[in-house]
Design a protein around this ligand. Sequence first.
Ligand SMILES: [Zn+2]
Length: 277
Amino acid sequence: MNGHCGLNAAAKVGKVRQARERLYRIEGIVLKRQDFGEADRVLTLLTPDRGKLRAVAKGVRRTTSRKAGHIELFSQSHLLLAKGRTMDVITQAQAVNLFRALHDDLLRFTYASYMAELVDKFLEEEDAQEDVYLLLRGGLEALGETQGESSLALLTRFFELRLLSLVGFQPSLFACANCGQPLDAVDQYFSATAGGALCPACRTSQRDALPLTLNALKVLRFLQTRDYPQVRSLVLSADVHRELERLLLRYLTQVLERHLKSPEFLELVRGVNPVAG
Ligand SMILES: [Zn+2]
C-alpha cells in the first residue's frame, strides 16, 4: 500500500465516522403530521428518552416512498435520524405498531387524536418524560381494543386524569382546594382556577365554582387512584359521563390556557353518535 492510498483510506474512515456521529436512533410515536414543501412532511414525535421532537420525513407524500407506511399518525416506530441544521431528518423507519384499529373507526380515531393532542400540548420539546410516553402508548393500545362510546369516554377520562397527575396538575379531590379541609360525603363544588373540589362553605370563594355531585366525585377519585384494569369495568350513567367530561374539559382548558381543538371535534362526532343513555 503506498502513502497515497493510506491517506485516502484515512479520509474515508473520517467521513464514515462523521456520518455516524450525525445519525442517531430513537423509538417514537407520531403525534402530529404536517405537509411540508412538495412531498415532505414534518412529524411531531413523542419519544421515551428525548421527549417531544420534530423531524422532517422527505418524499413521504410520494406513492413510491418506502418510509411512508411506517410513519402514519399514531405509529410507534424505530427511526434513524440525521442531525440537520434546522430540523433533523428521518432516514429510516420501521413500524413496531401501526395501531390499525384506530384508523378503521372514526370515533376511535377522534379519541386517539385527542390523546395525542393533549400530550402535544402538555409537553415542551425535549422534555423527556418516559411515563407520559408509556401512558400514551398504553392509551392508544387500549383505545384499539375498546368499543362503544361510553367505554371510550371512560378510558379517555382515565387518560386525562393520569396525564394531569404525571405533568404536575393533579386536581385536588380529597381535600377542599380552597380551605384544605377533608371533603365530606355530600355534593361538592369544583373550581378549575382553585385546582380541584371545593367544600360547600368555600363555593363562593371562586367565581368559576360549579356543582360537583358526590357520584361524580367518587368516580373521579376512583379514576385518579386505580389502574385501568380496575377502571374499565365501571358502568356510569349518561349524566355522570356528561358531568365528568364537562368538568375535565374545563379544568384542562384552564390548565393549558389555550383553546383545544379536539373536544370541539368530539362534539361534532357526538352529534352523529350520541352517548347511549
Ligand atoms: Zn373549603
